[in-house]
Write a protein that binds this ligand. Structure first.
Ligand code: 5AD
Ligand code: SF4
Length: 481
């Protein structure tokens, strides 16, 4: 066991990566490591990486480039690249960054402690990755992507009260632009009993909000004693875990948004009425080239069904603009879809060609960067205006907020010794809207009612509602604090 080793870890990408980093840190802490935010004093430097867009990879490569000099000064420093880029680029990483010691794919993260020890003992350029999707049978490839979930590390969570729980790994949808089926391997759902046990452990550690994770989380399916457990059933099974106040799940795939799931969201009070269901495009021609597996009409049918079951359910989306061959008219159909669905918010991405994908092999990246940028800005402006109108409809209403803690701005103010006065807190509504309000930091981790009096495109602004029992009548009188 190493004592007082210092670990610096940087994580980019999705929530799945944040969870993976939490688990790697938990394992390394058991090996005597402690975290540092100073890369200079670290004896182990890890990057947990993302390959979804080229930009994310460039950033990591330039960070790695900078480490070349610190490694010269400290030859014992171990540098590791983990996650999606490791699985995708493998040995290529050593060509571009010769001072890297280990490359560990998404399916081998349990090997990290051992590989760091070996690197420190002098072994060079170790690689642990899973089979590529064509290198074996489905079960061989699946087995080479190990699920990695048992250990947890509270210090790495978004907040002490919120935790991610993986319910499945991988993806089998093979959208033509997307690298995830390669970097995360075949779709595999975890046994419901394991998931329920993990939720119980987290609840005992003080977690109030669970976010179930899967690349296509609503495709979850697990056969147990001959019968199929789907996400709706899984939600019902974990719903009554003592201590858990809220349950969310991301990311959904439009075609798997079945009625049983919508009814579960409607009927289980702890499940937030919030569905992230990426549409990607509003054009049938583009959706077809993307091989998304649905038409705009089918997406709209699904969206109408959500609204029919829960009028107040927030729906958010992802869009890709500038996909190869996307005409102006096709782009405008994405605008139409945003206007029609009035998403709570949308994440909008410029198409990024990814080696190893069908789109990369078959379609030239023919939309100029300035056109992609313009389309991105136009769609974002339209979405932001809708988000603000939507948020404005909350003004004058009361919302239930799970308090996460001091907001970013009050955390900054706190660093200045002269700062005093009320503290701004941040939290979220059950429909995933961000709320800021003044209050006592000790409210963190509680459910609190907030009256909304203002908003921005991204945030509701309010004040805590305190209730007083009126003598005689016994009724509750809301008083705005
Ligand atoms: N280029 C741009 N955006 C992409 N996404 C996935 N692959 C690409 C790509 N090659 C986006 C999709 C997905 C989100 C996580 O990233 O919108 O929903
Ligand atoms: Fe990528 Fe499509 Fe799978 Fe989402 S559903 S992870 S976009 S391949």
């Amino acid at each position: 066991m190493d004592h007082n080793r210092k670990l610096y870890i940087e994580t980019v990408g999705c929530q799945m990566n944040m969870l993976d980093s939490e688990l790697v840190v938990a394992a390394l802490r058991r090996h005597g490591y402690e975290l540092t935010s100073d890369v200079q004093e670290a004896d182990t430097v890890l990057f947990n990486t993302c390959s979804v867009r080229e930009h994310a990879e460039h950033k990591i490569y330039s960070q790695l480039g900078r480490l070349k000099y610190s490694k010269r000064r400290r030859p014992k420093q171990v540098i590791g690249v983990l996650g999606c880029m490791a699985q995708k680029d493998q040995e290529l990483i050593f060509q571009r960054a010769p001072h890297v010691d280990l490359v560990v794919g998404t399916g081998q993260l349990s090997e990290v402690p051992r590989m760091i020890d070996e690197a420190r003992a002098g072994s060079r350029r170790a690689v642990a990755v899973s089979l590529s999707r064509k290198e074996g049978t489905r079960s061989e490839v699946s087995e080479s992507f190990q699920s990695y979930d048992p250990l947890r590390e509270p210090a790495m969570r978004p907040s002490p009260f919120q935790a991610f729980v993986r319910i499945m790994i991988g993806c089998d949808k093979f959208c033509t632009y997307c690298v995830v089926p390669m970097t995360r391997g075949p779709e595999q759902s975890r046994p419901p009993a394991d998931i329920a046990a993990e939720v119980r452990v987290l609840a005992e550690q003080g977690v109030k909000e669970i976010t179930l994770l899967g690349q296509t989380v609503n495709s979850y399916k697990y056969t147990e004693n001959g019968s199929l457990v789907r996400l709706s059933e899984l939600l019902a099974r974990i719903h009554d875990t003592p201590g858990i106040d809220r349950i969310k799940f991301v990311t959904n795939y439009p075609r798997d948004m079945t009625d049983d799931l919508l009814f579960a969201v409607r009927d289980l009070p702890k499940v937030g009425r919030y569905l992230h269901v990426p549409a990607q495009s509003g054009s049938n021609d583009v959706l077809k080239i993307m091989k998304r597996g649905y038409t705009v009409e089918q997406y709209l049918e699904m969206h109408d069904r959500i609204r029919e079951v829960m009028r107040d359910c927030a729906v958010s989306s992802d869009f890709i603009v500038g996909h190869p061959g996307e005409t102006e008219a096709e782009f405008e159909k994405s605008i139409d879809l945003v206007r029609r669905c009035r998403f709570k918010n949308s994440f909008i991405f410029k198409y990024s060609p990814r080696p190893g994908t069908k789109a990369f092999d078959n379609y030239p990246d023919d939309i100029p960067e300035d056109v992609k940028r313009r389309r991105n800005n136009v769609l974002l402006d339209i979405q932001n205006a809708i988000s603000e109108e939507d948020n404005a409809s909350f003004i004058g209403r009361e919302v239930e907020v799970l308090v996460e803690g001091p907001s970013k701005s009050s955390r900054k103010a706190d660093e200045e010794p002269s700062a005093n006065g009320p503290i701004q807190l941040v939290g979220r509504t059950p429909c995933d809207r961000i709320v800021v309000f003044d209050g006592n930091p000790r409210l963190a981790g509680t459910l609190t009612n907030v009256a909304v009096f203002d908003c921005t495109q991204t945030t509701l602004i309010g004040s805590i509602v305190t209730r007083e029992v009126q003598h005689g009548s016994g009724s509750l009188l809301p008083i705005l604090a």
